[in-house]
Design a binder for this molecule. Structure first.
Ligand SMILES: C[S@@+](CC[C@H](N)C(=O)[O-])C[C@H]1O[C@@H](n2cnc3c(N)ncnc32)[C@H](O)[C@@H]1O
Length: 260
């Protein structure tokens, strides 16, 4: 599947389902809140800073940044249902005065030039069909000297097995994952200088294990019947993904870059 509109529509549809929340838990990325804090620490956030969370998903990161770092957050996600849930989350958490969510695309951020002190995007760059446009948008909204923090699934140069190159694997952040060198190049082309690439492959392995445990648990109470999840297919993916991590074909990394 290479049609960008089809990929985006598929992402919006999948991440809007209740099944995704049931399988992934509170945050939709490896390493959960702990890795979000590690990335946020590298962005040198100050209370009152304006942070853009691109592909903000269920809003857990925006909530954490507002509560723990005292920053103002603009979350952007293309799925309307997901944005609605995220808005409810920050209302419930009492930080709605510091967090706004927008329905929008990474490739066309609905925010002004040079308005952000930091941009963060976790486990989503790998799903964007036009990565250079997204990186160019990150650079456009950042003020000079400000930082971008990406956390993303990465591959080795050897590529992935065919079974992990399907449309479903694209939406699951795997099929269009790229090697670390790609990030340096695409960010540099967008005007962002990479400062750090930190491998966190163990976080991806743990996420695969967690998904599998949730599936097994939910299988016992037949919770998937209502959610329409094809259990065997998901278990096949977790097995293939775990093997790819073990073989060094798939990993996870934090990437920090600065706008010159
Ligand atoms: C794996 S989830 C990660 C969500 C969140 N960053 C987190 O870590 O919990 C990927 C998210 O990216 C969003 N997304 C995918 N493509 C997008 C795009 N082109 N622009 C904006 N959001 C996008 C999806 O709707 C989904 O919420």
């Amino acid at each position: 599947m290479t049609d960008p509109d089809q990929i985006k529509a598929c992402c919006a549809a999948v991440y809007s389902t209740d099944a995704v929340g049931a399988l992934l838990g509170e945050t939709y990325h490896p390493g959960g809140r702990q890795l979000t804090r590690r990335l946020a620490d590298r962005l040198r956030l100050q209370p009152g800073d304006r942070v853009v969370d691109v592909a903000s998903g269920p809003g857990a990161t925006a909530q954490l940044l507002a509560l723990e770092y005292g920053v103002q957050v603009d979350g952007v996600d293309l799925a309307e249902v997901v944005v609605h849930r995220a808005r409810q989350r920050v209302i419930d958490a009492g930080v709605a005065d510091r967090v706004r969510f927008h329905v929008g695309e990474a490739e066309h951020l609905p925010l002004p030039d040079c308005s952000a002190d930091a941009v963060i995007s976790e486990c989503a760059f790998c799903t964007f069909p036009d990565k250079l446009s997204a990186a160019t948008e990150f650079a456009r909204v950042l003020r000079p000297g400000a930082r971008l923090g990406l956390a993303d699934v990465i591959t080795s140069c050897a590529g992935l097995p065919r079974e992990l190159s399907t449309a479903a694997a694209w939406v699951a952040c795997i099929a269009d994952a790229r090697p670390p060198e790609f990030y340096r190049t695409v960010l540099s082309d967008a005007g962002l200088h990479t400062l750090v690439v930190e491998r966190c492959d163990d976080a991806l392995s743990r996420m695969v294990d967690d998904i599998e445990s949730r599936i097994r648990l939910m299988q016992t109470v037949r919770a998937f019947d209502a959610l329409g999840v094809e259990v065997d297919r998901v278990l096949d993916y977790t097995r293939l993904a775990r093997q790819a991590v073990t073989d060094g074909l798939l990993g996870y990394a934090l990437v920090v870059a600065e706008k010159r």
